[in-house]
Design a protein around this ligand. Sequence first.
Ligand code: BG6
Length: 513
Amino acid sequence: MAQLTEQPTTTTPRIGKQGDPCVMVIFGAAGDLTGRKLIPALYNLARADLLSKEFAVLGVARSQMSNDDFRKKVTDEIKESGAEDIDPTLWDNFIRRFYYFAGDFNAPDLCAKLKEYLGKIDRDHSAQQNYFYYLATAPSYFGPLVEKLASAGLMEQGADHWRRVVIEKPFGHDLASAKALNQQLRKVAEEKQIYRIDHYLGKETVQNIMAFRFANGIFEPIWNRRYIDHVQISVAETVGVEQRGSYFDHAGSLRDMVPNHIMQLISLTTMEPPISFDPDAVRDEQAKILHAIQPMSDEEVLSRTVRGQYGEGTLGGERVPAYRSESDVAPDSRTETFVAMKLLIDNWRWADVPFYLRTGKRMPARHTHIVIQFRQAPFVLFRDTSVEHLMPNQLVLHIQPEEGISLQFAAKVPGPVMRLGTVDMNFEYQKYFGKQSSTGYERLLHDCMIGDQTLFQRADMVEAGWSVVNPVLDLWKALPPRNFPNYPSGTWGPKEANDLLERDGRRWRNFEK
Ligand code: BG6
């Protein structure tokens, strides 16, 4: 194994400057996302000394709570989340900056009332009137809340202060609604104030795709149709819908995962090198490649997409129920919990290279990876040996839970006869860089505080993602599935997903570990 020439820092999410003085206002402060991700991420930033000393949090939700109740709730939640290494002194200092405001998101005067309290917190903490609003709410509140903030004057920026809003996913439920939401936001806010979050971009391994491609001289020259046979992107989950049936049964896997997370993985894997790391230079290239994905005709949707829904089955040695028996799911639901599709990208670099994508719940293993399969070497030299066939080289970017990169190639099996074995060259994040205590939100929250939009989606990128899936949504709606459930829990999806590749003489790479 090669050694690092420089010892990396293992405990801080990143070395950088502290965030600007600011107040973070969390709408939906009593919800799951706040407790599980946002607060632990803020704490990790505090521990890495990346929060300004002039930073405060104002939680907003419907339930009645005092500041002390809110602080206690947050403290209980962090303990329950199993977060390691909570330093009591640091935590006390951190939690003292938390405040709470009870309000109904539907109330017309919500933000007018909030403004007064926010102003007081701002003065008490010298936050310099910099505010960022995190909308951890149901999507139906995204537009109306930003409008309310604007009409209370809370989106107005000045030469010496900023206002930003972070919008969670799902951003729209199809192309038309995403466009409508963009328009609604742009009426009251500038694009530079809008941070559309996709938590996949907070993952180190996802950010590393760019570093891997552009910080190394050896990969980029072969990163194209001359050398690459095809690409597979798999996002496999073992979980079912858990407690999210009421959301998921209306969304389905296609909406939930493809226009956002999977499009991020595709765009970073396939985009041209940006001219700089300036946010718009990077996002211009991402948007360009998303626009180059061929929209599918109805016939192509039929032949190049597969949908599935899990039935009951066995996972990790335990029986698990069918999707239709989960809570808040219709007993005759036709919502897909699995999607596979083949996409083509219409540009010089990628013409005719198939991109196979799949994502599903209740798969046998949790594994997100990108497989780059290279063209096979000519067999001619091995004709008269005992080698029967050659295996193509695969480069695998392991996104999670394994984090690393592996390259598969052929090697001679020791012995007097020419025989080949397939071996792996492996890089594992943890071995080189140690274990990181990170939720994936640290970098994104910090970027909001310093005004870096590189890892946030621009309006055109979101719309381009929806443009790819919209023809599929339309045709699937017109032709409801008749064979659901069509894969047992604990399997790699319906048979048609294998057929999709086998028809092209290819196979999915599965990681069962
Ligand atoms: C969310 C989806 O955006 O991403 C969930 O709504 C999915 O359905 C989750 O489970 C996957 O995220 P991660 O980080 O676990 O891969």
